[in-house]
Design a binder for this molecule. Sequence first.
Ligand SMILES: Nc1ncnc2c1ncn2[C@@H]1O[C@H](COP(=O)(O)OP(=O)(O)O)[C@@H](O)[C@H]1O
Ligand SMILES: [Mg+2]
Length: 248
Amino acid sequence: MIELRNVSLSFGDKQVLKDVSFGIESGKTLVVIGTSGAGKSTVLKCICGLARPQEGQILIDGLDVMKADEKTLRRIRSKIGMVFQYSALFDYLTVFENVAFGLRKHTALSEGEIREKVVETLSMVNLSHTLDMLPSELSGGMRKRVALARSLVMEPSFLLYDEPTSGLDPITTAATNKLINMGRDLGKTSLVVTHDIPTINSVADKIVFIHSGSVIYEGFYNDMIKSDNPYVVQFMNGRTEGPIATIG
Ligand SMILES: Nc1ncnc2c1ncn2[C@@H]1O[C@H](COP(=O)(O)OP(=O)(O)O)[C@@H](O)[C@H]1O
Ligand SMILES: [Mg+2]
């Protein structure tokens, strides 16, 4: 499981995370919501050790990310799959090679073993027919599935998604949400950063709302939609009136 305890982080004199605490139970999907600049991506960076908070504790399967040496950090990172907003595939490599990339780089598997794993993983995301295609020949939704396959093939315990559905049409969004839920069916523990209400609705076991670097609400979706917390009400209804300042 993943646990953040009283995590605070500043970049220079700008405090970006303030005393952030939350946990994700094994096999569950936690959704982190909040407006732009709230600190959501920074939370993800802290979890994979790409940003170092000044205070607090981050535990991944009991290992403390903040105290980890390089070797432990590599071990922690090998348990984590990141799925970025933009699929970030290598344009010049085929789908097969994109998914094989991490296995070639980080394992000593034989060519036959790599082929078997890549083919199996691509069939899980219904992309068996695309092995020899280039990313440019795929739709946006298919590219997302390749990106997910590239993470899944490394057999991570944790999947972190940064705004996986922003900028997608409603149908591709629904397909991406299905994929996130597929991760849950595979027993993965997931953290999804999003502002997309349908995504929150379809994937969240629990929700953490971050505003200005602080957790201002934590709860289940069904409780959140009934909440009278003014931040939650403003966010969920997309209002300009409320405690969250808007531009213009
Ligand atoms: N490397 C950095 N150096 C300085 N400020 C940063 C850095 N990364 C993020 N920030 C600032 O931290 C705040 C939170 O950023 P971020 O976590 O990316 O927000 P979100 O993902 O919620 O939109 C923003 O004000 C951003 O400008
Ligand atoms: Mg972000």
